[in-house]
Design a protein around this ligand. Structure first.
Ligand SMILES: Cc1cc2nc3c(=O)[nH]c(=O)nc-3n(C[C@H](O)[C@H](O)[C@H](O)COP(=O)(O)OP(=O)(O)OC[C@H]3O[C@@H](n4cnc5c(N)ncnc54)[C@H](O)[C@@H]3O)c2cc1C
Length: 297
């Protein structure tokens, strides 16, 4: 029998972004923003967190749900849902095909219609598919408060498990990344036991840019390298950069370099050894998939 924790809390629905920021400026710490609620509601239901007041951001979707190209950036509004990503041009652009991989393995159709991009990084959880992919695109997080705008690189946004670089008076309004060059592509792989219903064991995303057969640029992110949040494998990346794209070099990277920077945990779901082995195999597959995409017409 499962226990359901019931506690009372207020819900406030702002009619505009300005009103939402005003509420946060006045009540900060005691207000919890909620986008799709697919994470925060579960935590409340399971008694993991107690909230006093929920700031329901859903009414702001007309302002904060978009996917656009502007000033050399791809900009995604924080309240854009996974379903909206699925229907957008983004998944048909081979440079950003990693989003297609994310969507295919992301929860269920109903969850995808609620889960937002801002909420995905807002969880601060290592197993955040969108967050892991966005790290390889060097994404930035746009935070807005009554005091103005703050832009934080995604790699500095995660501070700890479920701890993010957000002040209590701030809202995540946008995630953006610079347009990737034409000789690049992305891939994402999640190893899961039951597709759509559970968190993955290992998540990996890769961004690859090739000049001929030489690795011009590469970025590799995992759900964790050693800390309990999505991170980049920077040593492995610098080993590969400038080298020929060959199975031998990739094998060296995952056998000789990755283990020097990656420290996996054991828990009831999988051992550290198994997670490390899986990380190596999936890293290779993600790089091969990205290469295949670059070469496809
Ligand atoms: C059955 C199930 C399956 C799932 N499967 C997956 C999966 O396959 N992949 C995956 O990555 N995740 C999965 N999740 C987790 C969750 O659905 C995602 O992380 C989702 O993207 C969260 O978005 P949300 O809009 O629902 O966030 P919410 O629950 O609304 O919020 C999450 C956190 O972010 C904060 N927040 C949200 N929006 C903002 C904002 N604009 N400004 C400031 N703070 C904000 C909230 O305060 C909260 O702390 C699953 C969850 C469930 C219940």
């Amino acid at each position: 029998m499962s226990t359901i924790f019931i506690h009372r809390f207020d819900v406030v629905q702002p009619s505009s972004l300005e009103e939402a920021l005003k509420i946060l400026a006045e009540e900060g710490e005691s207000v919890t923003p909620m986008a799709g609620g697919t994470d925060v509601m579960i935590l409340i239901r399971d008694g993991v967190i107690k909230v006093k007041k929920i700031l329901d951001l859903w009414p702001l979707r007309s302002q904060l749900s978009y996917i656009k190209r502007e000033d050399g950036y791809v900009k995604i509004g924080a309240l854009t849902t996974v379903t909206e990503l699925e229907k957008s041009w983004l998944v048909n652009d081979k440079r950003y095909a990693g989003f297609r991989d994310v969507i295919i393995g992301f929860a269920t159709p109903y969850l995808r219609s609620l889960a937002t991009v801002g909420g995905n990084i807002g969880t601060g959880h290592p197993l955040s598919d969108i967050g892991v992919l966005l790290l390889t695109l060097d994404a930035e997080v746009v935070l807005l408060s009554a005091d103005g705008e703050r832009i934080v690189p995604l790699k500095e946004f995660y501070l700890g498990k479920r701890k993010i670089n957000r002040k209590p008076n701030e809202l995540i309004t946008e995630v953006r990344f610079k347009e990737a060059p034409g000789n690049s592509s992305t891939a994402f792989i999640k190893f899961d036991r039951r597709r759509g219903h559970s968190m993955g064991y290992v998540l990996v995303a890769a961004y690859l840019a090739l000049k001929g057969n030489v690795i011009e640029d590469v970025k590799i992110a995992f759900d964790s390298i050693g800390r309990p949040y999505p991170e980049r494998a920077v040593k492995t990346e610098s080993f590969l950069k400038g080298k020929e794209f060959s199975l031998e070099n990739i094998r060296k990277a995952y056998n000789e370099v990755l283990p020097t920077e990656m420290s996996r945990i054991s828990d009831y779901r999988a051992s550290a050894e198994y997670r490390l082995d899986l990380s190596k195999v999936l890293m290779k597959r993600a790089l091969l998939r990205a290469k295949e995409r670059i070469e496809s017409r």
